[in-house]
Design a protein around this ligand. Sequence first.
Ligand SMILES: [Zn+2]
Length: 356
Amino acid sequence: MVAVNEYEFDGVDDPTASSASGTAGGGRRLQAPLGQGEALQRWLRLARGLRLPHGFLVTGARGIGKTTVIDWLTAALLCPSDLDAEAPCGVCRTCTQVANGRHPDVHVLDRAQDEREHDELKKSYYVIKVDQVRAAQVTLQRHAVTGRARVLVIKDADHLDEEGQNALLKTLEEPGVATFLLLEAARPEQLLPTVHSRVQRLGVLPLGNSVIEEQLRARLPMRGDRFPGALAVARGSLGQALSACTERVVQLHDLVRTLLADPKVLRPVATARAVLEQAKERRFELEAARTFLWLLRSELRARCLHLADDPGATYGARPAEPWTTWLETTLHAERDLDLQIPAEQVLTACLVQFRP
Ligand SMILES: [Zn+2]
């Protein structure tokens, strides 16, 4: 299985990351997920009673709030407060430790955040390795420190290589008493059928534009002029909406709109370089390339939908617009990035297809 990449743009993968409200003991306060309704509530009730399925997969697009949901479920398993049978208290020491990644019974399996950390952490930026899985399995054999439950969180579980996934099967089958494996994946199709058959799955629901706008107003009150652009590309993801308000993404968005307005003047190599020019490391290049493709896709989708609303546009005298074909092209480019083909090459090859 090939490594796939999800990245965090400007550190805003998750809506809670930018809204960390302080706690008395310092650090971030646990945040309740927004807008998930009964679908999540049902699992929370089970988690409070330690009856959550032992293997649990949380899916959804980048920035949609998977980490918030996983943290909330983890806290629901561990929070000792018995005031609420449907949610963690959110404020006790346990809840705060969970929110800050410091609870002794929560183990996290993830990728290196930086390619350069490779040697030091024995982690890769591209895959979660089988050795990491085995080390986590050893950790899970120890007793829980607080006695209530043990949780293994696997971030970007879609980056587990095939060997790692196979190694995980044993633990998914026989996790041990009060042991829960919470997997997070933007692309669950990268997981083996044998993994899928051993987990229950919860898809994080996209938020409505009114909810996203309210959050943007609360968190970025000075950037109101950017909200319409951000809402246009967010597609229900608060994390994406927040990242779309950052200076660099606004620039990329302008570039996308300019090139779609007049593809005839498009210069593929120069445009690819303009997208990547500020990226000093390869992971930042990947981030920039993915963000560019995401913005391009969002704009192309909007144009395709517009076409669907206006049948005259399809059957009129002028030739059908190539937007659906271009949409396909951007998806191919995204896959090429997954194959670790250099970003400049991928973007240039993609943009060449856009020239009339
Ligand atoms: Zn609590």
